[in-house]
Design a protein around this ligand. Structure first.
Ligand SMILES: NC(=O)c1ccc[n+]([C@@H]2O[C@H](COP(=O)([O-])OP(=O)(O)OC[C@H]3O[C@@H](n4cnc5c(N)ncnc54)[C@H](OP(=O)(O)O)[C@@H]3O)[C@@H](O)[C@H]2O)c1
Length: 293
């Protein structure tokens, strides 16, 4: 029997709807949540993401601002801009869109940002707070979105064995850190697999919930999935397709056609994890405004 689809577009919309009410309450108290996105250079994908983030913030009644800097901007200039944004009380959340041009040190830039405004959740202070279970931490948006997809589709990870494929700082590791917390909506037993894992199929077949963030198109095939598992596919990969209008199509890290026959619930690509990232960025910005107020 084909798996039930987990609709990230609908769940993302639901979260944004809830936030709209909270933004209205904050505005009534004179607090307008403000997000500033900094874009350095002209990377086409980054330009699209930045536009989408600004639009989502505007729709919620937040204050959004995009600062565009040329790719040749000296690093010191970006650091000075961050100092100004850190000091600006109308700015609650700052996001520096990655990737940065090669002459810039992303780790140094990240460290310069005030952890209280780091709505992406990548500053070491927020990473540490997440690991120790401090609720004031900003949780990275995509991993927090994975948890919301599970909870809102009736797949509470509590007590389950979750297998995460991938240990990146952006997805795999924070997903594991979030889902293993001793907390409601988490409390899972988590295994993290990576390229050093000896027998990946044997590992993934143990997952009652399988979260895949490998960045390799369709690397997880149907035979690697435990029958009845819930599959969250974080991957977004372009593969050439001469029949597609743009010459390519998007696929996940999971072979969807095979997985849909084995899993009980599964996220599609696109329309699964993708829409969650922006919804959770909005939530983090509202959290930053609430905490600042
Ligand atoms: N909003 C969104 O939807 C969103 C956001 C972020 C990322 N993504 C997508 O999610 C995917 C993962 O992103 P990322 O930034 O985490 O990628 P990444 O930095 O390339 O990390 C990939 C991880 O997967 C592991 N891995 C790769 N191939 C593997 C294999 N064959 N078997 C087992 N483990 C394997 C790697 O192991 P090692 O550590 O051993 O190298 C690494 O830990 C990408 O497709 C990306 O586009 C989507």
């Amino acid at each position: 029997m084909a798996a039930e689809l987990i609709d990230g577009t609908a769940i993302g919309k639901q979260i944004r709807g809830e936030l709209k009410d909270e933004v209205s309450r904050l505005r009534a108290r004179g607090v307008v949540p403000g997000l500033t996105v900094v874009l350095v250079g002209e990377d086409p994908a980054s330009q699209v993401y930045v536009r989408m983030k600004g639009k989502a913030a505007d729709e919620l009644g937040m204050k959004s601002d995009t600062i565009r800097l040329p790719a040749t901007t000296p690093e010191a200039e970006l650091l000075a801009l961050l100092d100004r944004l850190n000091a600006d009380r109308a700015v609650h959340g700052i996001l520096v869109q990655l990737p940065l041009p090669r002459h810039m040190d992303a780790a140094k830039v990240l460290l310069r940002m005030s952890p209280e405004k780091d709505v992406d959740g990548f500053h070491p202070v927020n990473v540490g707070k997440l690991v120790i279970g401090d609720p004031s931490a900003f949780r990275p948006c995509t991993p927090a979105g994975v948890q919301e997809l599970l909870l809102r589709s009736g797949a509470d990870p509590g007590g389950k064995h979750v297998v995460v494929v991938g240990r990146s700082l952006i997805v795999g590791r924070p997903v594991a850190n979030i889902l293993m917390q001793k907390a409601k909506g988490a409390n899972a037993t988590v295994t993290v697999a990576h390229t050093g894992t000896r027998d990946l199929p044997a590992m993934t077949r143990q997952g009652e919930i399988l979260v895949v963030a490998a960045g390799r198109p369709e690397v997880i095939t149907g035979d690697m999935i435990r029958p009845g598992a819930v599959v969250i596919d974080v991957g977004v990969n372009r593969v050439e397709d001469p029949k597609a209008e743009k010459g390519y199509r998007l696929v996940g890290d999971v072979n969807f056609a095979q997985a849909v026959e084995v899993a009980s619930k599964i996220t599609p690509v696109p329309g699964g994890v993708g829409p969650m990232t922006i919804a959770l960025l909005m939530r983090n910005t509202v959290q930053a405004a609430r905490q600042a107020a």
